[in-house]
Design a protein around this ligand. Structure first.
Ligand code: AVI
Length: 325
């Protein structure tokens, strides 16, 4: 048996000047904000992993229960010998748990952090020595342009796109539609049977939602506050996390959980020759996590170019897994 070696590609470079410009513009805008992508430095990623184990944060375990409960039916939709495209693969664990009972033709793990993927895929290749494995470092929120050598593979086989974890919720509805449009385009150019399996968090009571984003141990508060330390590293600001508190609220009109950091007292944040004053109670908007209804998400998939849809949910209808082709 030949032991394969994973191949790796990177489709973008982080431009430090662009990061500085983006952070400064968010911080200096009248309603200060920053992108949730800045949560995920090494500590932020560890804190997010901890969040997924909290009793209040139902999405991860509910999605896993749907995969287990409906495994046979879900497997029947995954085309044989497909090119699997695991979007936001991270530790690759969710895709790997679907391997049993299916026959992937190749496994393409896509993540913004190629460094993290590299170690994971090298390990994973040991337990799947004959499966072709590829790691792609890509910011797929803005493009799904794969290197030509991979794009040609995607037209020769069916494609199985996988986007679990309700991460789509961190896109605005219009960004979500554009992203799904790009995925549907890849599926349409591939062989018959191609489709997308995606996890979506559903609208539910304010109480359940707000607890999921403001847990009793304060792990989500630490996750949110940690972004200030990350900004200190990237921009050279002098944020002191003790000056800020975490706030999560369900904005029903927009159907989204919002996370904010609220100044405990009037303060000035400084970096280089610049500064930004905050009044007591003024906030920095750090994240939106959109919650969908089943009919609205179904319409979104159709508007993005998918024609057939099917979904599975848990008994309390907290979360849904959709298949779209
Ligand atoms: C990554 N994403 C789907 C999480 C969410 O639920 O929106 C991020 C998160 N923010 C706070 N808790 C978890």
């Amino acid at each position: 048996m030949t032991q394969r070696i994973p191949s790796f590609y990177k489709t973008f470079e982080i431009d430090p000047a662009a990061v500085v410009a983006e952070l400064e513009s968010g911080l200096c805008s009248p309603h200060a904000h920053c992108s949730p992508k800045y949560f995920y430095n090494a500590l932020g990623s560890t804190l997010f992993e901890a969040i997924t184990h909290l009793p209040e944060y139902y999405p991860t375990r509910t999605e896993a229960s749907i995969f287990t409960e409906h495994a046979n039916e879900i497997h029947r939709h995954i085309p044989l010998q497909a090119a699997w495209i695991d979007l936001g693969a991270g530790s690759c664990q969710k895709a790997v748990s679907l391997f049993a009972g299916t026959t992937p033709g190749m496994y393409v793990a896509v993540d913004i952090s190629l460094d993290y993927l590299t170690g994971t895929l090298i390990q994973l290749q040991r337990s799947h020595p004959t499966l072709e494995m590829v790691g792609v470092g890509m910011d797929f929120s803005s493009s799904l342009d794969f290197p030509a050598v991979l794009a040609s593979q995607f037209t020769e086989r069916p494609v199985f796109a996988f986007y679990p974890g309700s991460s789509l919720g961190n896109f605005t509805p219009s960004e979500a539609q554009k992203f799904l449009g790009r995925v549907s385009h890849v599926c349409q150019n591939a062989q018959t049977g191609s489709g997308l399996l995606i996890g979506i968090d559903l609208v539910k009571s304010r109480q359940v939602l707000e607890l999921a984003y403001d847990d009793e141990l304060g792990v989500t508060a630490a996750f949110n506050l940690n972004v200030l330390r990350h900004i200190n590293t990237l921009l050279g600001t002098n944020f002191d996390v003790r000056d800020w508190r975490h706030k999560a609220l369900f904005n029903e009109a927009e159907s989204r959980i919002e996370m904010h950091l609220i100044a405990r007292h009037a303060l000035t944040v400084r970096w280089g020759s610049r500064s930004r004053d905050f009044q007591a109670g003024e906030g920095i908007h750090t994240e939106n996590s959109y919650k969908w209804t089943i009919p609205d998400f179904d319409s979104l998939l159709k508007s993005a170019g998918f024609s057939e849809t099917k979904y599975w949910t848990d008994p309390q209808q907290q979360f849904a897994v959709f298949w779209a082709s």
